[in-house]
Design a protein around this ligand. Structure first.
Ligand code: V1S
Ligand code: CA
Ligand code: ZN
Length: 393
């Protein structure tokens, strides 16, 4: 049960590659990798770097990335640069037609793309290994969590699926791994990779449904009746949500559903994708979680006292993202109660970025009531998901 031993300290290791500060998808792309550098600076100014083992990340090797991704796709990723994309028509056509890169520009061929992929994947692999070794109880890589990438295709800003690589690493030692995804988008790439496995239970909470009469909220999958295939039937779990979901409704679902999943599946390790686009005020997500409401998910899973891998993900209002991942780092080390909320964010180089949130770590969520979800539909969702979970052997 998550209620006991919450005050127990955990051995936390933290992976950060300073190279992330210089990566840019494009001048106006919504995905800003430097948000991880902002989170890291906050973690430093709040004095938490001394509370964690910090290990240098080694970039993932090509061979490690080939363990999940297809040969042709990895060949392409190695060869792609803005120059080769612009000058080599055959390469460009291959990238656009077969591998989701370029084209409409969710996934552009940007400078140092391969270095970026190897960097975040290396962080997630190293973090998984720290849990396998037993050297750490919690391992953190805020640059990871790229849940959409498939074996041969980039999609939704994700090129290499570091989560699948990390889970496969955990499966070398742990018999069952639960994957929980609180990003506003469906964790489709991870679900599909383990669709017919009964050793990995994937559980995604996400916004779902039409955003205009002709357009679904991205990526469009994650219906409540997607439950897995073959031996993996009942091991894919989806919790579709309406826009505007706040802390109260979210947690009416999160604790009972995740609690039941833990009970029926009895995992030996937990992977939590902490996509921060489910926060209020995000540029893409349209949900209404507060920093504390989001971090409550971390706290709840920490309470199970199992090896815990914390990864990043989406998050497009970058000051909110950095505040949240800093606060969640505090939850991991058991110091969230010690982060001062009455004072302004201390000077650390990025402090001017927090002006729109009153220069405090915790900001006001939207007060609009129009989007409040009716509790009856929440109860229906909860009932259906719990019914699916009760069929796990
Ligand atoms: N929603 C949305 C959205 N916005 C963008 C976008 C906006 C500005 C840019 F400069 C570039 C892209 N793309 C999308 C979505 C993809 C969302 C990915 C979420 C990723 C994650 O948070 O879950 C994990 C990191 N793409 C689409 O909606 C597809 C399009 C259909 C519309 C946008 N154009 C650019 C491509 C095609
Ligand atoms: Ca999700
Ligand atoms: Zn997302």
């Amino acid at each position: 049960s998550p209620s006991c031993a919450d005050d127990k300290k955990r051995r936390v290791c933290y992976y950060y590659d300073p190279g992330i500060a210089h990566i840019k998808f494009s001048d106006d792309h919504v995905m800003v990798p430097a948000r991880v550098a902002m989170a890291h600076s906050l973690v430093g100014v709040y004095g938490m770097l001394g509370d964690m083992r910090r290990l240098r990340t080694r970039p993932a090797t090509e061979a490690e990335i080939r363990r999940f991704h297809s040969p042709e796709y990895v060949d392409l990723l190695c060869d792609l640069t803005p120059e080769s994309y612009a000058n080599d028509a055959a390469l460009r056509q291959k990238a656009e037609d077969h591998h989701g890169i370029g084209g409409e520009d969710d996934c552009p061929a940007f400078d140092r793309l391969w270095k970026y992929c190897r960097g975040y994947a290396g962080g997630s692999l190293a973090a998984a290994r720290a849990l396998v070794d037993g050297a750490s109880d919690i391992a953190i890589n805020w640059s990871g969590g790229m849940h959409h990438a498939s074996a041969c295709k980039a999609t939704g800003f994700c090129y290499v699926n570091d989560i699948v690589l990390a889970i496969n690493e955990l499966l070398g030692t742990f018999s069952r791994v639960i994957y929980v995804d609180i990003d506003a988008h469906h964790g489709d790439g991870v679900q599909n990779a383990f669709l017919d496995s009964n050793r990995v239970m994937t559980l995604s909470f996400h916004r779902y449904g039409k955003i205009t009469p002709h357009k679904d909220f991205f990526p469009g999958s994650g219906a409540i009746n997607e439950i897995g295939d073959g031996a993996g039937k009942h091991y894919s779990v989806n919790v579709p949500l309406d826009a505007g979901v706040r802390d109260d409704v979210y947690h009416t679902l999160f604790e009972p559903i995740v609690g039941k999943a833990m009970e029926v599946f009895q995992p030996e390790a937990i992977v939590l994708q902490c996509g921060a686009d489910s926060l209020s005020g995000d540029r893409l997500g349209g949900m209404e979680l507060s920093v504390r409401g989001h971090a409550e998910c971390v706290s709840f899973l920490r309470g199970f006292n199992l090896p815990l891998l914390l990864l990043g993900g989406g998050g497009y209002t970058i000051n909110h993202v950095a505040s949240t991942w800093c606060y969640e780092t505090a939850v991991a080390v058991g110091k969230e109660g010690e982060l001062p909320d009455d004072i302004e964010i201390p000077s650390h180089g990025y402090e001017l970025m927090y002006k729109n949130q009153g220069n405090k770590l915790h900001y006001q969520t939207s007060t609009a009531t129009a989007a409040r979800k009716r509790s009856s539909s929440t109860e229906v969702t909860k009932g259906k998901v719990l019914e699916h979970l009760s069929q796990v052997e």
